[in-house]
Design a binder for this molecule. Structure first.
Ligand code: COA
Ligand code: AMP
Length: 635
C-alpha cells in the first residue's frame, strides 16, 4: 500500500489539537475532554485537562463489555519455569479486580504509590492494572537492579505498598528477590506499610510480621468474597505511573506518565504505527521493568484489544537460539518487537539463521527494533533470515512511545538502513547546534523536539518540576532536549548517532556511567575513577572502569578491581554488566582538569583518535593503551 504518512503528518502539523482530539475518540472517557491541550498548566502544558477516564477500564472492562471477554488477552510463556498460561479479557478482569481489592484493603487509594518489583509473571501485569483501577500510581522496578537502587525508588516515591515476588529466575540461577527487598527497606528512611509477596515454588520466602502479606492467599480470599472493585474515574492528567530511569547523576529520574494522553498516544501508535489490529497477537520481548514493557507488553496491546505475550525467558539459552521462533509459531505472533541486542545474541549462536527453518513463521508480518541503535549489519541479517520488514524506531523512557519510525500502519516508506526513518505525528524534530540554532540537513547536532511534546510524553518528573525544566527544557528554549545527537538527511530521515550525556546502552538497558563512577569512587582504596562505555559485539556497549588508587595502597590491584566489580553489582545490580576494570596510574585530563573519557573510549574501541590539544600530559594515553592491551582490549 502507498504510504499515507506524509498526508497524516501534514494534517497533524496544521491542526495538532484537532488531530489529537480525533485520536482521543479511540478511548472511552467518563467525561470526554473539551480541551485538547492547555499550555498554561504544568511545566509546559497538559493534554486533555478536563477529561476523566480510567486506564484499567480501557484495557479490560470495556473490552469485556464490548464482546471481547472470551478473547485471549495475555499469554504467559515461561521457558525458565516450563509454565504456560492464557488469560481471556474476562479472566484478566477477575484477577485484576481481586488484586485491586487486596490493595484497597491494604489502604491503597487514588494517588498512593505502589512499587512493583517482580519478574515477568502475569501477577505483575495484574498489579499494574489493579493500581490503574484504583487511581494508585505504580512504579515498576526492574528485577536486575540491586537493593540500593530499589531503596532509592522506594524513598523517592514514598511507596505505601510494595508488590514483589519471592524470586526471579535467570538461566542457571534463582534470584532471591525478598532479601533484596528487605535490604532495600532497611536502607530507605521511608518504610512502606505493607509488602504483598507472590510466593513462587522455585524459591519461597519467609514472610515477616504484620508487614508482609501473601499475594496468592489474599487474592484467593478476595475472589471468594467476590467484592466488585469499580474503576475510579480520574482526571486524565492524574499520574498512571512513575518509571525511574538513569539520569546524569546517581539519583534516577522519576519519569511521570499521565492517564489520558498516554492512552490516546498508545492507541494511535498500535494502529497507525505498529499496524496491529484488535484480536491480533503482538509480542514485545522485553521486560515490564522498562518503558518498552509498560507501553507495548501491557498498556498498548490491551488498550487495542489485542493479545499480548508475556515471555519469561531469553532469546538464547532458554533453551536455544530458536526460542523466539518457537514463540512466534506457537502463539501465532503477527508483530514482534524487541531490542537489536536480542538479534545479535541469536546471530552469535546461529550465524546462518538455520533454526528459523524449523518453525512456521508465516503469521509474522513485521519485526520492530528499538531501545538502542540498530546496526545495519544486524538489521539486514534479521531481514534476510526472516524475509519480512525489519523496522528500526527511536524513542525513550521520557516519551513513552515512538518519536521516529517507519509506520507500518500507514504504509511503509522506503527503508534506509541506519536510520529509524521519519518523525511521527506529534513530534517536530529539529537538530540544533550547541547555541540552539537549527543546522542544515546532514549536519550533526543535538536532537530536540519542539514543545509541546505530544500526548503520552512525560509532563514532568515525579515531584521534581524544577529538575525536569533544568534537565530537559532549559538548554534549548522552546524545545525538549532528547540528549541524543544525530542528524536529519535531505529526505527528512532521522539518524541517531550518540548520547550527549553520560548514558550508555548495555543490551538495550539504559545506564549512567556517572552512577557507576559514584560507586567506584566509594571504594576506600580508590582515589579517582572514570567509567566509559566501550563497544561489545552482543550488548552494543559495556561499561569499562579505570581506577587510580590512593598513594600508599599496597594491596594487589587485581584484588581491588574485583572488589569494585562486586561493589557495582551489589549497589546497582547485575544489569550493569560491570566486569571490566583496570587500575591505571593516572587519568588523562585536560589542563582544566576534565577527564578525557571520549578519548579513552576511542582507544578501547580501536577507533581513530586525535591527541586532544588541551591534554595535560599526553604520555598518560600510552599508559591507558598499555593497560587495556594487557586485558586484550583496544590496540
Ligand atoms: N532479574 C535479575 N537479574 C537479571 C534480570 C532480572 N530480571 N535480568 C537480567 N539480569 C542479570 C542477568 O542474569 C545477568 O547477570 P550475570 O552477570 O550474572 O550473567 C545480568 O543481569 C546482565 O543481564 P543481561 O543484560 O540481560 O545480559 P544476559 O547476558 O543475561 O543476556 C541478552 C543478554 C542480549 C540475551 C539480553 O539482554 C536480552 O534478552 N535482551 C533482549 C531485549 C531486552 O530485554 N531489552 C531491554 C530494553 S527494550
Ligand atoms: P530508554 O529510555 O531506556 O528507552 O533509552 C532511550 C535511549 O536509547 C535513547 O535516548 C537513545 O539514546 C537510545 N535509543 C533508543 N532507540 C534507539 C534507536 N532506534 N536508535 C538509536 N538509539 C536508540
Amino acid at each position: 500500500m502507498a504510504s499515507t504518512y506524509a498526508a497524516v503528518y501534514a494534517r497533524w502539523k496544521s491542526e495538532p489539537s484537532v488531530f489529537w482530539s480525533e485520536a482521543a475518540a479511540a478511548i472511552d472517557w467518563f467525561k470526554a475532554p473539551d480541551i485538547a491541550f492547555d499550555g498554561q498548566r504544568g511545566v509546559y502544558g497538559h493534554w486533555f485537562p478536563d477529561g476523566e477516564t480510567n486506564t484499567c477500564y480501557n484495557c479490560l472492562d470495556r473490552h469485556v463489555a464490548g464482546g471481547r471477554g472470551e478473547q485471549t488477552a495475555l499469554i504467559y510463556d515461561s521457558p525458565v519455569t516450563g509454565r504456560k498460561q492464557r488469560f481471556t479479557y474476562r479472566e484478566m478482569l477477575t484477577e485484576v479486580e481481586a488484586v485491586a481489592a487486596v490493595l484497597a484493603d491494604l489502604g491503597v487509594g487514588r494517588g498512593d504509590r505502589v512499587i512493583i518489583y517482580m519478574p515477568m509473571v502475569p501477577e505483575a501485569v495484574f498489579a499494574m492494572l489493579a493500581c490503574a483501577r484504583l487511581g494508585a500510581v505504580h512504579s515498576v522496578v526492574f528485577g536486575g537492579f540491586a537493593a540500593h537502587e530499589l531503596a532509592t525508588r522506594i524513598e523517592d516515591c514514598k511507596a505505601k505498598v510494595v508488590v514483589a515476588a519471592s524470586c526471579g529466575i535467570e538461566p542457571g540461577r534463582i534470584v532471591a528477590y525478598k532479601p533484596l527487598l528487605d535490604a532495600a527497606i532497611d536502607l530507605a528512611v521511608h518504610k512502606p506499610e505493607h509488602c504483598l509477596i507472590l510466593q513462587r515454588p522455585e524459591l519461597e520466602a519467609p514472610l515477616s510480621g504484620e508487614r508482609d502479606v501473601d499475594f496468592a492467599l489474599s487474592v484467593a480470599a478476595a475472589k471468594r468474597a467476590g467484592r466488585p472493585v469499580s474503576c475510579v474515574p480520574l482526571p486524565a492528567t492524574d499520574p498512571l505511573y512513575i518509571l525511574y530511569t538513569s539520569g546524569t547523576t546517581g539519583q534516577p529520574k522519576g519519569v511521570l506518565r499521565d492517564n489520558g494522553g498516554y492512552m490516546v498516544a498508545l492507541a494511535w501508535s498500535m494502529k497507525h504505527f505498529y499496524g496491529v489490529a484488535p484480536g491480533e497477537v503482538f509480542w514485545t520481548a522485553s521486560d515490564i521493568g522498562w518503558v518498552v514493557g509498560h507501553s507495548y507488553i501491557v498498556y498498548g496491546p490491551l488498550l487495542n484489544g489485542s493479545t499480548t505475550v508475556l515471555y519469561e525467558g531469553k532469546p538464547v539459552g532458554t533453551p536455544d537460539a530458536g526460542a523466539c521462533w518457537r514463540v512466534v509459531q506457537e502463539h501465532g505472533v503477527r508483530v514482534m518487537f524487541t531490542a537489536p541486542t536480542a538479534f545479535r545474541a541469536i546471530r552469535r549462536e546461529d550465524p546462518e539463521g538455520a533454526l528459523v527453518a524449523g518453525y512456521d513463521l508465516s503469521s509474522l508480518r513485521c519485526l520492530f527494533l528499538a531501545g538502542e541503535r540498530a546496526d545495519p549489519d544486524t538489521l539486514q541479517w534479521a531481514e534476510r533470515v526472516l524475509g519480512i520488514p525489519v523496522i528500526d524506531h527511536w524513542w525513550q523512557t521520557e516519551t513513552g512511545w515512538p518519536m521516529a519510525g517507519n509506520p507500518l500502519g500507514l504504509g511503509l516508506l522506503p527503508v534506509k538502513h541506519g536510520s529509524p526513518s521519519v518523525p511521527l505525528p506529534g513530534y517536530h524534530i529539529d537538530v540544533v547546534d550547541d547555541a540552539g540554532h537549527p543546522v542544515g540537513p546532514g549536519t550533526l547536532g543535538n536532537i530536540v523536539v519542539r514543545l509541546p511534546l505530544p500526548p503520552g510524553c512525560l509532563p514532568t518528573f515525579w515531584n521534581a518540576d524544577e529538575r525536569f525544566h533544568t534537565t530537559c527544557l532549559a538548554e534549548f528554549p522552546g524545545y525538549y532536549k532528547t540528549a541524543d545527537a544525530g542528524y536529519i538527511d535531505e529526505d527528512g530521515y532521522v539518524f541517531i548517532m550518540a548520547r550527549t550525556d553520560d548514558i550508555i546502552n548495555v543490551a538495550g538497558h539504559r545506564l549512567s556511567t556517572g552512577a557507576m563512577e559514584e560507586v567506584c569512587a566509594s571504594h576506600p582504596d580508590v582515589a579517582e575513577c572514570a567509567v566509559v562505555g566501550i563497544a561489545d559485539t552482543v550488548k552494543g556497549q559495556i561499561p569499562a572502569g579505570f581506577l587510580v588508587l590512593n598513594s600508599g595502597v599496597s594491596r594487589e590491584s587485581s584484588l581491588i578491581e574485583q572488589e569494585v566489580v562486586t561493589l557495582v553489582r551489589e549497589r546497582i545490580g547485575p544489569v550493569a554488566a560491570f566486569k571490566t576494570v583496570v587500575c591505571v596510574k593516572r587519568l588523562p585530563k585536560t589542563r582544566s582538569g576534565k577527564i578525557l573519557r571520549g578519548t579513552m573510549q576511542k582507544i578501547a574501541d580501536r577507533e581513530a583518535w586525535k591527541m586532544p590539544a588541551t591534554i595535560d600530559d599526553p604520555t598518560i594515553l600510552d599508559e591507558i593503551r598499555e593497560a587495556l592491551q594487557a586485558r586484550g582490549i583496544g590496540i
